[in-house]
Design a protein around this ligand. Structure first.
Ligand SMILES: Nc1ncnc2c1ncn2[C@@H]1O[C@H](COP(=O)(O)OP(=O)(O)OP(=O)(O)O)[C@@H](O)[C@H]1O
Ligand SMILES: [Mg+2]
Length: 510
């Protein structure tokens, strides 16, 4: 493939108050190439790309597109240069159809019929699956993302930037997206993908550019590098990519789940007689394809979800009592020491308020549990400080609004808040979604610390390799049923994969 520079960025600086988000960055983006942009949370990846998309304007430095110096003052001007960006948070109008969203804001008379025809052509050319008349609110995350991509292609983009597009996709959806991106690359488009998943960098990209602390560190040829080299370059020192798994010490029964059965509003069975135990000093992993009942399970334990049948018994180490959580409110359950952090697809969606600062977000969780009632800002403030220190949250202080933090740093606040509550049962769903490798390992290490303190940790994860390295036992969900519970030390990836798609994991014909 003949490659030529589509974009040349030179000596770009961008400052936000006291934060130098991009510090003298120079980067080339070539046609016919997929470039992965790699860097820790807060290293300046989104900022840099936002300057190509016309969202931010550089303080200094130059940008050339197709060899010509350009000024990109708005998203519209970016589109006119053929640059389209798919953002970390989607920007679609829910009540409009796919086609309406795609043509939204375009000048000239709105002709939905010819728009629909053009959308179909784009879909056929690259292998997308979009129904132009479907409303956005009826779509899955991956369908919404497809609409975003078709939208930028519709506007003629041939330089495509995707900011963490797979953070919210299933492995199957990711494969599909990658196939489409390869088609586009072979078609001569220039593609930049921001991702924290090194296996994706390796599977998809031709080159990988690394940012660290706002600076450009260098570009590697993907096939000539490896996970260790990329990580070391990203972090700036040698990083161990091994996950510890200490042996459980004196495991005691904490949660006893029997025949838990849940139906959704439409009457569909979401959990079907789920039974298992969770013990102190142990990490129990929950594996399953997306929508296999993970969310319903955690919410049922936490009192957020009505149940049809079954019991959830909490064995309280303080009182030695067995308590049926079914008759408790989420607030009471939390006060007993059972905590839940669920990192949703939209990280600001659940549990954090973007306009509030870190301290106030701590108070959202703890304001009722203090012995002297609420509005004591001291405890939340020290909790906020603890999280910033322990999880290395990149922020100028505790009083910055959460929405101004980079994506990954928002998440550290969300996860840290649960750990800081010293729970007895800690349930975590997707805690490393969108986190860089180093922060992910910090979270795994924190889970191990909780385990060693005698907490019963329940960890719903997406990455099977990590589940197999970290967990003592792995419960596999399939279509709302327990497909099996395996020993993490002896688990076989193939076998778990099969169990995720078939209850029990048996081969056909057995
Ligand atoms: N609008 C803004 N106002 C103030 N600070 C900002 C703003 N946008 C970004 N920053 C800061 O600039 C730095 C770089 O942020 P950026 O979002 O570019 O990081 P990132 O590499 O995309 O991180 P992540 O992997 O977590 O998404 C961070 O310290 C962030 O807090
Ligand atoms: Mg980002």
């Amino acid at each position: 493939m003949n490659t030529s520079a589509a974009v040349e960025m030179r000596n770009i600086h961008k400052r936000f108050g006291s934060v130098l988000a991009n510090n003298d960055v120079s980067l080339d983006i070539n046609r016919g190439e997929i470039l992965a942009l790699l860097g820790e949370n807060g290293s300046g990846k989104t900022t840099l790309m936002n300057m190509l998309a016309g969202i931010y304007f550089p303080d200094s430095g130059t940008i050339r597109v197709n060899g010509e110096p350009v000024v990109i003052a708005s998203p519209k001007e970016a589109f006119e240069l053929g640059i389209g960006m798919i953002h970390q948070h989607f920007k679609l109008v829910d009540v409009l159809s796919a086609a309406e969203n795609i043509v939204l804001g375009l000048e000239g008379k709105l002709d939905l019929k010819s728009a629909t025809k053009k959308i179909r052509e784009i879909c056929d050319a690259y292998g997308f699956d979009v129904n132009p008349s479907q409303k956005i609110y009826d779509m899955s995350v991956s369908q919404k993302q497809t609409v975003e991509i078709v939208k930028v292609l519709y506007r003629g983009a041939d330089i495509l930037i995707l900011d963490e597009p797979t953070a919210v996709l299933t492995p199957q959806e990711t494969d599909k997206l990658f196939a489409v991106l390869r088609n586009m690359r072979d078609d001569g488009k220039a593609i930049v993908i921001i991702t924290h998943k090194l296996n994706e960098v390796q599977a998809l990209s031709d080159k990988v550019a690394v940012l660290r602390g706002g600076r450009y560190i260098g570009t590697l040829i993907t096939k000539d590098t490896n996970a260790q080299e990329m990580t070391d370059m990203m972090v700036g020192r040698a990083v161990s990519l091994n996950i510890d798994r200490p042996d459980p010490v004196d495991p005691q029964l904490r949660l006893e789940i029997r025949d838990l059965t849940v139906r959704n509003e439409e009457g569909l069975l979401k959990l079907d007689h789920v039974s298992f135990d969770a013990n102190s000093g142990e990490i129990l992993g929950i594996a399953g394809i997306s929508g296999a009942g993970q969310k319903e399970l955690l919410e049922a334990i936490y009192g957020l979800q009505g149940t049809e049948e079954g019991t959830v018994i909490f064995h309280d180490p303080e009182t030695n009592k067995a308590i049926d959580l079914k008759y408790k409110t989420p607030m009471q359950i939390r006060q007993l020491g059972v905590s839940l952090s669920f990192v949703p697809e939209d990280r600001l969606g659940m549990g954090l308020v973007g306009s509030m600062d870190i301290t106030d977000n701590m108070m959202l969780r703890s304001y009722r549990s203090g012995p002297h009632g609420f509005l004591n800002r001291k405890a939340p403030k020290s909790m906020a400080r603890w999280i910033i220190r322990e999880l290395e949250v990149a922020t100028p202080g505790t009083s910055i609004p959460v929405r101004r933090l980079s994506g990954g740093n928002v998440q550290k606040v969300l996860v840290g808040r649960e750990i800081a509550q010293t729970p007895k049962v800690l349930m975590m769903a997707y805690p490393v979604r969108g986190l860089d490798i180093n922060s992910s390992y910090t979270i795994y290490q924190l889970m191990n610390l909780q385990k060693e303190k005698g907490v019963a940790v329940i960890f719903v994860g997406e990455d099977l390799d990590v589940l197999m390295e970290l967990c003592d036992r792995i419960l596999v969900l399939c279509g709302g049923k327990v497909s099996g519970i395996v020993d993490g030390r002896k688990a076989d990836k193939q076998q778990i994969g099969l169990m995720m798609t078939r209850v029990g994991g048996e081969q056909d014909g057995e």
